[in-house]
Each structure stands twice: as structure tokens, then as C-alpha cells.
Design a protein around this ligand. Structure first.
Ligand code: HEM
Length: 549
């Protein structure tokens, strides 16, 4: 009898637990989304209706797949928003520029008004919005460093790493970057036909170039070891990109599939090699706080100032700076350094090569700007000399071209933030946990901000600088904005200008007949069918040095 009562009790408890779990699931997947929809609807913000569990993902993926399966129309148009962010383009027409979209049961408020964006990133309100958790695959690649850290740990790391990217430090890297570029061009020369022409798939070559440069910046004197490590990471990226294109299955990354086993092995190898390298660099720098990256001495108190002093005298590499900082502060461990190195490779390589690829494509499409940019380079730097750091600053036309390329084809097409507490955004009440989607690409193509030629390539709009190029000074944000803006933007721009200057100095180029204009997004904005371009060696232009500026 007692046994039977116990059995009933157990059953009742199980039923209660199942009912509680079901209620919880229903709350998360049904009532909460409805409540949020109502909350925003009362404030005049609407969006496509939430569907149980999947939200708007099915329609969104369908629109994106359809768009990327169709050619651009007209074929070389820069009006790429409908193709690249088709869901935004479609729903904006129905619901206005501030609308809700459901990524599963997670709500995202899409915001493309520059005033609201400024509020989210730079005003006092900005402390309410934090970086949201990345997709697990992205997280594995970006590491647990600056890109994903939050709070005090992020602030500490940022303070330590910032001096690496000071312009006076980066300028010392000009010869390093230039030698990577010229060695790439020498390889192109070898491939050239007798008539001095060659077809190059630039996106691949430029990826190798930026990998080389980021390796030198991150590892400096340990270049060869760094290269081997970044090769492993590049393999891991290929695996991740493959999975990224498939339907996301929660928990998939924990399953011992063939792909996951290879990826885990790579991850272990990357960590092991980095730890070994860091230990060796630590040993080489002995008991002193100098890692050999600089020649000043630190007092152990103001670490950022000490690092800054060093950066003026010699180019420090990221690894050297982090090792130095780890000696000055317990807050940076070997594991932290490992994670930062991973993040730099992830953030620096493809974004910069994409920017270079799009700018090369645009110059091939718009020969009049290619000629203008070349005339300037030849006038300022001559026909064969590698531009110096001072000459680079004088290349105004090239700067305008790069900015226009970053406007029309921003490698990072969107950013996401998450409200960590209930917040007010210019009168809108934003509940805790709401994610905010900032479609950089849409902001950059908005006719209300950039004028009726927003979808045309017109570098001239940047003639008076970035702040005056649009109706709103904060409308150009390829590198993000506020305290978490891109730490590597100076390096990226320096690389791009130097590489482009050396290329246009030596070659003229046009799109290959096989080029199909098809911008698409997979983590970053890239040319779906590659970027084949025909380069033709220029006859040595007669520009003697003394006739230049
Ligand atoms: C054209 C090239 C690049 C573009 C378009 C770009 C774009 C961006 C954007 C939009 C952000 C802000 C993301 C957000 O707020 O959610 C960002 C952050 C970041 N970028 Fe870049 N980036 C580029 C190159 C680089 C390079 C070369 C490096 C490093 C070598 C780098 C390292 C980082 C890091 C570490 C962050 C996170 C900063 C923080 O949160 O404190 N980026 N980048």
C-alpha cells in the first residue's frame, strides 16, 4: 500500500516537473514574444509576425537564398542592399526603418536612423547596450579576447592593446607592408603573358597578402611561428564557413562528427603552438619587463603609458605588448594572450582583404577614377618608388576612393547590441534582453542621408572629409563607432592605401569578361563568384623625382 502511494507521489512529481517545464517553454516560446510584440506595437513599432519557435527565420533565409541565387540587375549596379540584406529591404518597405524581426524567439529591433545609432553607441545611454553573444562557430574563431569580452576585462585589454595601433607605431610598419605587396606583384609579373597582361582572381591573392601583413603585425620577430599558427586558424575558418552555410542545429558543435573532430584537433594545436611561442618569448625576454619589442623601461605602474613610449621608438608587435602587460598585471594570463591572437587574425584578415578586393573591383569598373588616383600616386610618389609614410598622407584621391568603397561595400554589413537592462532610446522603451540590429549597409545606401546618388560610385562626396560627406555626420560607420569601434582601422587603412598605391603605380586593370557582380554576405560582404581582374603592366611613366610635389 505504502509502495503504491510512493509510486503515485513520484508520478505526480514527474507530472508537475513536466508541466512546469512545458509552461516555461510556452512562456519563452509563446507568451513572451507576444508580450514583446504588444509592447512595441503600442509604441508604433511593428514587424513581421512572430512564428512559434522559428520566429521569422524561415522567411528571412528564403529571401536571402532567393536574392543570392539571382544576378544583379542592372548587372554592375551598386544598389546592392536588396541582394545583400534582402530581408531588411523587404520589411523596411512595409514597416518603416525601425522594425522588429524575430531570430527564433530572440527579438531584434532594426535601427538605421543615425541619431538613434549615435545614442546607442556614444551617448551616456550606451552603457545600457552591450555586445551580444556571437554565434557559437564565430565565437570559436574570434576567441575570448577584445572582440567578445565585456566590462572591466574588456576595458583593461583595450587599454593594453591600443598603443600597438597608434599611427606613429603603424607608420613604422610601412616598409614591412610594402615588401609583402611588392613580393605579391613580383609573382604577378612572373605570370604575365608576353604582352604584359595577366588575369588574377584578386580576392584570393589579397587574402594571402593581408594574412601575411597581419602575421607580421601580430608576431613581428616570431613571424615564421606565427605564420604556421595562422595557417591552422585559416583551416579552421574554412571548416566553420562550411557549417555556417548549413542550417543551424543547436548543440551540433558538441557532436563528434568528422568535421568537429578535425576542428577540435586544430583548436588544440593552435593553443599548444601559441602557448609554446609565448613561453619562448617570455624566456627570451628574461626577468625584465621588456619583451624585446621596445627599448624603453616600464615602471610597472602606468602600463599603457610605458607601452606607448616604446611604440614611438620601435614597432611593437601585439604579442610583445601582451607579454609585457602580462608581467605588469595579473589580469592578463597566457590564455588571454592566446585568445587575443586568435581574435586579431579573425578580425583583421578577411575584413581588410574584402575592403581591398572591393576597392580594386570599383577602380576596374570606374576607369576615370583609376586614372585620377594613378596620376596622383605618380605625382606624389613617382613611378617605381614605394610610397613613404609621409607620401601616403598626401594621397587624397585614393583616400576618397577607399572611403567610397567602404561606404558602398562595407565588409561588416551589420552590428548587433543587446539591452542589458530596460532602457529608453529617444522616447522608445526598450525591454532588457532586446537585441538591436544596426544594418551598416542600409545606413550607407540611404538616399535620405546620402542624396539621390546614394547608389552611385562618387568618391568626390568625401572631398571635404568624412563628417561632411553626408547630411548626417555620423552616417559613415564602416568601423563601428564609440568606445568599441574597430581597434585595427588605422592598420587596415594603411595597408589598403599602400597596397592600392603600389598596384596602380605599376598596372592598369579592368574587370575580366568572366567577372559576375554578385555581392553577398557570409559573415562579411564578399564577391560570390570571386573577383577576376585583368592587370596590364604600365610602360614606365617618365616622372622624374624632382618634377614631383
Ligand atoms: C577594413 C577592415 C576592417 C573593418 C571594416 C572592420 C570593422 C570593424 C567593426 C565594424 C567593428 C565594431 C564591431 C562592433 O562594434 O560590433 C570592429 C571591431 C574590431 N576590430 Fe575591426 N575591422 C577591420 C579591420 C580590423 C583589423 C585589421 C583588426 C586587427 C588587426 C581589427 C580588429 C578589431 C577588433 C579587435 C575589434 C573589437 C574592438 C573592441 O570591441 O574593443 N579590425 N571592426
Amino acid at each position: 500500500m505504502e509502495d503504491e502511494a510512493l509510486a503515485w507521489l513520484k508520478l505526480a512529481l514527474i507530472c508537475a516537473a513536466v508541466a512546469a517545464a512545458a509552461l516555461r517553454i510556452a512562456a519563452v516560446l509563446w507568451w513572451r514574444p507576444r508580450r514583446i510584440e504588444d509592447h512595441f506595437s503600442r509604441q508604433g513599432i511593428r514587424g513581421p509576425p512572430y512564428r512559434f519557435f522559428i520566429g521569422n527565420v524561415k522567411e528571412l533565409v528564403g529571401m536571402m537564398m532567393k536574392a543570392s541565387s539571382q544576378p544583379m540587375a542592372p548587372p554592375f549596379s551598386h544598389n546592392i542592399l536588396p541582394r545583400v540584406l534582402s530581408f531588411y529591404h523587404h520589411w523596411k518597405k512595409i514597416y518603416g526603418s525601425t522594425f522588429l524581426v524575430w531570430f527564433g524567439p530572440t527579438v531584434r529591433l532594426t535601427v538605421s536612423d543615425p541619431e538613434l545609432i549615435r545614442e546607442i553607441f556614444t551617448s551616456k545611454q550606451s552603457e545600457f547596450y552591450e555586445k551580444s553573444e556571437s554565434h557559437p562557430l564565430v565565437k570559436q574563431l574570434e576567441g575570448d579576447g577584445l572582440l567578445s569580452l565585456r566590462g572591466e576585462k574588456w576595458a583593461h585589454h583595450r587599454k593594453i592593446i591600443v598603443p600597438t595601433f597608434y599611427m606613429e607605431n603603424l607608420k613604422l610598419l610601412v616598409p614591412v607592408v610594402a615588401s609583402s605587396v611588392t613580393s605579391m606583384l613580383e609573382k604577378w609579373e612572373v605570370l604575365m603573358s608576353k604582352s604584359g597582361e595577366v588575369e588574377i582572381e584578386v580576392s584570393e591573392w589579397l587574402q594571402n597578402l593581408t594574412e601575411d601583413i597581419i602575421t607580421r603585425t601580430a608576431f613581428g620577430i616570431s613571424y615564421e611561428d606565427g605564420k604556421a599558427i595562422f595557417r591552422l586558424q585559416a583551416r579552421q575558418m574554412v571548416l566553420a564557413a562550411d557549417v555556417f552555410q548549413k542550417v543551424f542545429i543547436p548543440g551540433y558543435r558538441f557532436l563528434p562528427t568528422k568535421r568537429n573532430i578535425v576542428s577540435w584537433k586544430l583548436d588544440r594545436e593552435i593553443k599548444k603552438s601559441l602557448v609554446k611561442l609565448i613561453d619562448r618569448r617570455k624566456e627570451e625576454s628574461g626577468g625584465s619587463s621588456d619583451d624585446g619589442g621596445g627599448d624603453g623601461g616600464g615602471d610597472g605602474g602606468n602600463d599603457a603609458a610605458a607601452l606607448e613610449g616604446r611604440s614611438r621608438s620601435r614597432p611593437n608587435d601585439l604579442l610583445g605588448l601582451m607579454i609585457q602587460a602580462s608581467k605588469l598585471s595579473d589580469a592578463v594570463s597566457v590564455n588571454d594572450i592566446v585568445e587575443e591572437c586568435k581574435g586579431f587574425f579573425f578580425a583583421g584578415k578577411h575584413s581588410t582583404s574584402n575592403m581591398l578586393t572591393w576597392t580594386t573591383v570599383l577602380l576596374a569598373m570606374h576607369p576615370q577614377w583609376q586614372v585620377r588616383a594613378r596620376d596622383e600616386v605618380l605625382r606624389v610618389c613617382g613611378s617605381r618608388d614605394v610610397p613613404t609614410k609621409d607620401e601616403l598622407v598626401k594621397l587624397k584621391t585614393l583616400t576618397m576612393v577607399v572611403n567610397e568603397s567602404l561606404r558602398l561595400y562595407p565588409p561588416v554589413v551589420a552590428m548587433i547590441r543587446r539591452a542589458r537592462a530596460d532602457a529608453e532610446l529617444n522616447g522608445y522603451q526598450i525591454p532588457r534582453g532586446t537585441e538591436i540590429l544596426i544594418p551598416i549597409l542600409a545606413l550607407h545606401h540611404d538616399q535620405a542621408i546620402w542624396g539621390s546618388d546614394a547608389n552611385e560610385f562618387n568618391p568626390g562626396r568625401f572631398a571635404d572629409g568624412v563628417a561632411r560627406a553626408a547630411k548626417h555626420p555620423g552616417a559613415f560607420i564602416p568601423f563601428g563607432l564609440g568606445p568599441r569601434n574597430c581597434i585595427g582601422q588605422n592598420l587596415a587603412l594603411l595597408q589598403a592605401k599602400l597596397a592600392l598605391a603600389i598596384i596602380i603605380q605599376r598596372f592598369s586593370f579592368v574587370l575580366a569578361p568572366s567577372y559576375r557582380h554578385a555581392p553577398t554576405v557570409l559573415m562579411l560582404l564578399y564577391p560570390q563568384h570571386g573577383a577576376p581582374i585583368i592587370f596590364k603592366r604600365l610602360a614606365d611613366p617618365p616622372a622624374p623625382r624632382d618634377q614631383r610635389l
